[in-house]
Design a protein around this ligand. Structure first.
Ligand SMILES: C[S@@+](CC[C@H](N)C(=O)[O-])C[C@H]1O[C@@H](n2cnc3c(N)ncnc32)[C@H](O)[C@@H]1O
Length: 540
């Protein structure tokens, strides 16, 4: 293991190990920078070599799943937002816990070759993106490595080395400590994953975007009030203070334009902005959706009450200034909550839905319906899913956790029949509408939990050649994995938004007789820490 340097900036040595020194004594001797010493010392944690407000120099040895640099101060792990692997940085300790702490980046003393100046002027204030200070190539490499680490550490899978970038043995330990007890993959994973696979699996380079900006088709902008009047933009990092924003570099520019104009129109008509503390004021959120292929746009005004003064003038101004908007809706949310939408939605003007395409499949998108926010990469992800499903037109396919049926409809173009199951009733209603819209009759959708419905389908005699799963972050329910093993489909395609739970579930499938053949990370959300992966498994 590489020895880490950690030196206090006042020049005192920090060589002593955590176990053989008295941290309290060393704190007093070694930290002249610390303010409020008498108060702070009371809070020092025995065995932790740094305390709040200490300034130390550390090497960054990796990056955690939140995009924070991971460094070591005398063996103690510090997470540093904005620091990159390979860098030497000076930091100020913000918070300490027994196993790890957080520190603020003060200076980059030795920069990573992958460090770039973040293109967005508000990157430091807004929490929306986490990786703009890392080159796009660096982001793609990190996302792949993140998947590899999880497969090896949690799934005990044997990943074929490629690209020479497996440098994470120390980081793995760090992540294990960080996740201890609260990992969504669960503690049982490491215990259960006692068997390891000998066969090598291929993890391909992350499929990124040629143009990784302006990729989002949906904006959800909170509206608030400051001394200067109505503002709309984003919540300042870690707070509920709204900062006005003119443009967001990952948002489609038409969405930016609609938000800017709607704010200006609202100010013109003296519309009040919602105040979270008092619960008063009308306009809470402006939600805008755009169909990348069709150019159609929908505007949803989320209001704290039914009545909108001057509503006709509003509509006329929007229609006049924003001809791409073909649907204006109102959603009423009077609850004191962070949840954006309330229960009632009505069309103020125009159509109830806008349309868009992913590949050749047409989708109707309503004010409330879920739709993938990066349609360009969704096509890439689903294309890979269909490829891994290996369809010839004769297969029966089950799509578990099917949402509004996007993957099901993609698969249906190449399969004999597709069964989709999803727990949210409204999503299944949308899925049926979309199946009809595309004239696809060989698709059956059912509302329910995958782990309940699919075993019943099995009892009813449905035999699947391929099962596709695309679960939420917590991964597949164990009963579903059991059912897959009992149904014995030739192929399983696993689409995942969480490498940890993916790795856990792959281990179960491997132990049950499946072989992980190929793993493809896909970058659905450039400049953020989200990692999407699609995996092909075959029955041995
Ligand atoms: C990652 S999304 C996948 C959506 C869809 N495949 C797509 O690409 O749009 C996971 C979906 O699983 C649904 N879900 C969560 N738990 C479920 C369960 N136990 N059974 C079925 N669906 C579930 C969620 O409502 C959500 O729509």
């Amino acid at each position: 293991m590489k020895k880490q340097q950690a030196a206090r900036t006042n020049g005192k040595s920090a060589e002593a190990s955590r176990s053989n020194r008295n941290p309290r004594n060393s704190m007093k001797a070694g930290n002249k920078n610390r303010k409020h010493d008498s108060v702070q010392i009371e809070k020092d944690i025995p065995g932790v070599p740094v305390a709040k407000n200490d300034e130390v120099i550390i090497d960054i040895i990796g990056m955690n799943h939140d995009g924070e640099g991971v460094g070591r101060a005398e063996g103690y792990t510090l997470f540093v937002q904005g620091a990159l692997p390979g860098e030497k940085v000076s930091v100020k300790v913000l918070k300490t816990k027994k196993q790890y702490g957080y520190a603020k980046l003060l200076n980059v003393l030795k920069a990573s070759p992958d460090r770039i100046a973040a293109p967005c002027p508000i990157y430091d204030k807004c929490g929306g993106c986490q990786l703009q200070h890392l080159s796009y190539e660096g982001q793609l490499a990190w996302k792949r490595q993140h998947v590899v680490d999880a497969l090896e550490r949690i799934g005990k899978l044997n990943v074929a080395s490629s690209m020479g970038e497996n440098h994470t043995s120390e980081l793995e330990t760090v992540q294990a400590a960080h996740h201890a007890g609260n990992s969504e993959a669960g503690n049982h994973v490491d215990n259960k994953a006692s068997s390891a696979s000998l066969h090598e699996i291929t993890v391909l380079p992350t499929l990124g975007m040629a143009e990784p900006w302006r990729y989002r088709n949906k904006a959800q902008v909170p509206i608030g009030v400051t001394d200067g009047g109505l503002v709309g933009g984003f919540y300042a990092r870690g707070s509920h203070r709204i900062i006005d924003m003119e443009t967001c570099l990952i948002q489609h520019d038409k969405n930016d334009e609609v938000v800017t104009r709607v704010k200006a129109i609202a100010r013109r008509f003296g519309i009040s902005a919602y105040n979270e503390e008092t619960g008063r004021g009308l306009l809470r959120h402006v939600v805008v959706k755009v169909g990348f292929r069709t150019g159609e746009m929908m505007l949803v005004l989320v209001t704290n009450g039914e009545e909108i003064h001057h509503v006709e003038e509003w509509i006329a101004a929007i229609r006049d200034e924003l001809p791409s908007v073909v649907s204006i809706c109102q959603n009423v949310n009077t609850r004191k909550t962070n949840v954006i939408f309330g229960d009632v939605t009505r069309v103020l003007w125009g159509s109830e839905v806008i349309y868009d395409y992913i590949g050749d499949v047409k989708f109707a998108i309503s004010a409330r319906s879920f739709y993938q926010v990066n349609p360009v990469q969704t096509e890439v992800l689903y294309g890979k899913t269909v490829e891994y499903a290996g369809l010839t037109g004769k297969e029966t396919v089950i799509d578990a956790y099917c949402g509004i049926g996007t993957i099901s409809l993609f698969l249906a173009q190449h399969a004999k029949e597709v069964y989709g199951v999803e727990i949210v009733k409204e999503a299944i209603e949308d899925a049926r509408v979309n199946a009809r819209l595309n004239g696809m009759e060989q698709v059956t959708f059912e509302v329910g939990a995958s782990e309940d419905v699919i075993p019943r389908w099995k009892e009813e005699g449905i035999e699947a050649d391929v099962i596709v799963v695309d679960p939420p972050r917590k991964g597949c329910d164990p009963r579903l994995l059991e059912t897959i093993l009992e149904m014995k489909p030739e192929r399983v395609v696993y689409v995942s938004c969480n490498p940890s739970t993916l790795a856990r579930d792959l281990r179960v499938l491997e132990d049950g007789g499946y072989r992980t053949v190929e793993v493809q990370p896909v970058d659905m959300f450039p400049h953020t820490v989200h990692v999407e992966t699609v995996v092909r498994l075959t029955r041995m």
